[in-house]
Design a protein. Structure first.
Length: 220
């Protein structure tokens, strides 16, 4: 699953009924993520926090879709535990969880670790997370070990970055960037193009090398 590869279409059983991935995705972005197992502590916190933050994903035209190798009934029963642990989840659980008990989808999507990939009986999914654009391309991937829970704010941050640079391909976002911070101008933008692209101007950082390549702006 290399960046910019096409996520293959698939059909799956979920807690919200059967889905065809491409049809379900429609024209939205998708955060497709796996977790090791139902009824486990870290996974409960992750799926709960993502559920609570669903409105923030909706504002970004982004759907959530979870996956593990557990059976559908386990998913359904576990959802009640997640809602109990996170009482600010109101109403029905807000996104589907894929049941993949034969591990076929997890293998296809590279969600099984190297040590377990040939252990058909006991392999569980790692904490893989894929951000997928509406054209079904893999735009960002994160892989965490089973011992480390993910940060929801970071997931939202990278979606903001991806969607911003899609709109403005002449900019990139620096380390620790969050919306409202300065962005950087890609080196391929020539100096003579700056006034047209950024009429309010840019800031340039002098470097010992004498090369001007750190150019920032808040105009985006």
């Amino acid at each position: 699953m290399r960046l910019n590869s096409i996520i293959p279409n698939f059909e799956a059983e979920t807690t919200q009924g059967p889905i065809n991935f491409y049809d379900w995705q429609d024209d939205s972005w998708v955060v497709l993520f796996s977790h090791p197992a139902d009824f486990t502590p870290v996974c409960t916190t992750e799926l709960g926090r993502l559920a609570v933050h669903r409105p923030h994903f909706e504002k970004r035209n982004t759907k959530l879709l979870a996956l593990s190798v557990d059976k559908l009934k386990d998913h359904v029963d576990w959802v009640n535990d997640i809602k109990s642990y996170c009482p600010d989840i109101l109403g029905d659980f807000p996104y589907p969880i894929i049941a993949d008990p034969d591990r076929s989808l997890a293998v296809k999507l590279d969600m099984i670790d190297e040590e377990s990939k040939d252990n058909e009986a006991n392999a569980v999914t790692i904490r893989a997370l894929y951000i997928i654009s509406p054209d079904h391309k893999l735009r960002l991937s994160m892989h965490y070990p089973t011992s480390t829970g993910r940060n929801v704010d970071e997931i939202l941050r990278v979606i903001d970055s991806l969607q911003l640079v899609d709109r403005r391909p002449e900019i990139v976002t620096p380390a620790n960037w969050t919306p409202g911070d300065k962005v950087m101008i890609v080196p391929t933008v020539k100096e003579e193009e700056i006034p047209k692209l950024f009429p309010k101007g840019v800031s340039r950082v002098s470097m010992p090398s004498g090369r001007i390549y750190l150019r920032t702006t808040t105009e985006y």
